[in-house]
Design a protein around this ligand. Structure first.
Ligand code: SME
Length: 162
């Protein structure tokens, strides 16, 4: 017998998803909503050290709202470059357990040891992604991936208009 997804999901993820839904519904506009979502992810999950959203702009990813200890110099990343660009090119969630072992990794912060990148889709098309850096190795697992894929679906309507 199969179990409902909600029973398998860690409680923290279910609670955070409800907060994300509320933030998206209640924010003044799409940019404010996207900022609230990154703030909320950062605040609720201590291992999410730096949380940002990149939006697709032509053949690049452009940094949107972010929260973390430092700004990144990678505010525009060509699709296909780095872990971020790989996820955008393939449409697949990337979990990098050890950034020192991944030749694609574009370094942003000296403290980063692991990373997760989750595409945001509109229909079948990648329109953006959630990028999270952690300062521990193996900070992200499949439960984070499934949770962040649900968050990504809620972010899709918040893409800035060209
Ligand atoms: N590390 C990313 C670049 C973005 S920064 O982590 C914010 C990458 O390899 O694509």
């Amino acid at each position: 017998m199969s179990h409902p997804v909600a029973e398998e999901r860690p409680a923290a993820h279910g609670d955070a998803l409800n907060l994300v839904r509320a933030a998206v519904a209640e924010a003044a506009g799409p940019a404010a909503a996207a900022q609230r979502v990154v703030d909320l992810l950062h605040d609720r999950f201590p291992q999410y050290d730096w949380v940002g959203i990149y939006w697709v702009d032509g053949s690049d990813l452009v940094l949107g709202p972010w929260v973390g200890p430092e700004a990144t110099e990678h505010t525009r990343i060509p699709i296909g470059t780095g872990v971020c660009g790989a996820a955008a090119a393939t449409g697949r969630t990337e979990i990098v357990p050890d950034v020192d072992q991944d030749p694609r990794y574009l370094a942003c912060f000296a403290s980063t040891r692991s990373e997760i990148v989750v595409p945001i889709f509109d229909g079948g098309e990648v329109i953006g992604e959630i990028d999270i850096d952690g300062s521990d190795r193996d900070a992200f697992d499949e439960a984070d991936a499934r949770f962040l894929e649900e968050v990504a679906a809620l972010l899709a309507p918040l893409r800035p208009r060209a």
